[in-house]
Design a protein around this ligand. Structure first.
Ligand SMILES: NC(=O)c1ccc[n+]([C@@H]2O[C@H](COP(=O)([O-])OP(=O)(O)OC[C@H]3O[C@@H](n4cnc5c(N)ncnc54)[C@H](O)[C@@H]3O)[C@@H](O)[C@H]2O)c1
Length: 347
């Protein structure tokens, strides 16, 4: 089903303001969730609204942000989110990183004690909109074992790198460091289908193509085996370790509603024009993408896509036809409206 953008915006904002959150902060969370669903990254869209609300109600996430700047140099800032909403902390941190880059060419915000921030592309794109390159990494609760391990020690930590293009939407790589989302394994289990090699391991850490073995005590596998594991581990260094925040097994799942999460982020902005003339950059990057777009196509393929391109095409389509939503999410949001005593999405 498709929901009118204004309707879901109003609904989501109201869910947060009803709990006492300032309007501007509610708007930031709503826009990040909306962007995810428009890009059809439904795992990080309004499906997460009920858990965010629950965590605020349980005072695991602050209703009003209390963000403090612990350290500030020309090019770096250390931010403590003090358990404020992840999107609000990440948005402010990325703004701080961009501001530093405007003045000094490069800006890093290291963030601790934040919360789940949704899709990482939202923040890297903030830099790209200012003709900068944005690099955003977050850690998250552990979901994957080490290579040869049989215990969760590392999150499927998301990374996003956005780079502006002159006449088109920015290039934006936005990915988790697991080979696939857990939801896709659940889907294969329900459909009684095998999963491809490399998606998951069983409870003893052995590779498997049986989704049941992954779901029942097994784990997601890192993208590209040891390389993905290494990437995810280094993401922990750049986020939790570097900011003096939490990392790896210190972080509980966001669905554990008895514990605070304390997520860490790394947000870097690079002002291209302070390194090479912007025109030179645009000529170079356009040449790069033409190599990809004009390349010979594989048998059966009609197009070669750039990072983020498929999501931008979906977003464009969904901005006119409405926000795609699964019925289950729609029902959960309407249940939430009863709990919060606000208008449902059907009113
Ligand atoms: N906040 C968190 O804790 C957290 C944790 C994990 C993931 N996430 C988010 O989940 C989202 C989904 O991650 P994912 O790894 O499942 O994404 P994905 O596998 O759908 O896509 C990963 C990347 O591959 C690109 N891509 C896909 N198909 C392509 C093709 N045919 N040609 C060229 N490029 C292609 C996409 O544009 C994207 O940049 C991301 O937005 C990520 O930030 C967030």
């Amino acid at each position: 089903m498709y929901i009118n953008q204004d309707k879901i915006r109003k609904f989501s904002n109201q869910c947060f303001t009803e709990l006492g959150m300032p309007e501007e902060e509610a708007r930031v969370i709503t826009e990040v969730l909306l962007e995810a669903d428009l890009r059809e990254i439904h795992s990080h869209g309004f499906l997460r609204l009920p858990i965010y609300v629950e965590r605020i109600k349980k005072e695991l996430t602050k209703t009003k942000a209390e963000i403090s700047y612990e350290k500030d140099t020309d090019t770096m800032t250390l931010i403590d989110g003090n358990n404020s909403a992840g999107q609000v902390v990440a948005y402010q941190a990325m703004e701080a990183s961009i501001k530093k880059a405007e003045h000094f060419g490069i800006g890093l915000a290291a963030v601790r004690n934040s919360n789940h921030f949704g899709i990482s592309a939202y923040y890297s794109l903030m830099a790209a909109k200012k003709n900068m390159i944005g690099i955003v990494i977050s850690n998250t609760a552990p979901l994957m074992p080490a290579i040869g391990g049989a215990e969760k020690v590392i999150g499927n930590n998301p990374i996003s790198i956005a780079a502006p293009l002159k006449n088109y939407e920015p290039l934006v790589l936005d990915m988790a460091m697991s080979n696939t989302a857990f939801g896709k394994i659940l889907y294969a289990k329900e459909k009684n289908q095998e999963i491809p090699e490399g998606w998951g391991v069983d409870a003893k850490g052995a590779p498997t193509t049986d989704p049941n073995k992954v779901v029942n005590g097994g784990f997601l596998a890192p993208v590209g085996g040891p390389k993905g594991f290494g990437l995810a581990l280094m993401a922990e260094v750049l986020t939790g370790v570097l900011s003096g925040g939490d990392f790896s097994k210190m972080i509980p799942s966001m669905y554990d509603v008895n514990k605070k999460q304390s997520i860490s982020h790394f947000m870097l902005s690079i002002d291209i024009n302070q390194l090479i003339p912007l025109e030179t950059y645009y000529n170079n990057v356009e040449q790069l993408i033409s190599y990809v777009k004009d390349s010979k196509k594989a048998t059966g393929a009609s197009e070669t896509y750039l990072p983020g391109e498929i999501e931008f095409l979906k977003e464009k389509k969904n901005k006119t036809q409405g926000v795609p939503m699964q019925e289950q999410t729609f029902d959960k949001l309407n249940e939430l409206s009863k709990e919060l005593k606000i208008d449902s999405l059907t009113e």
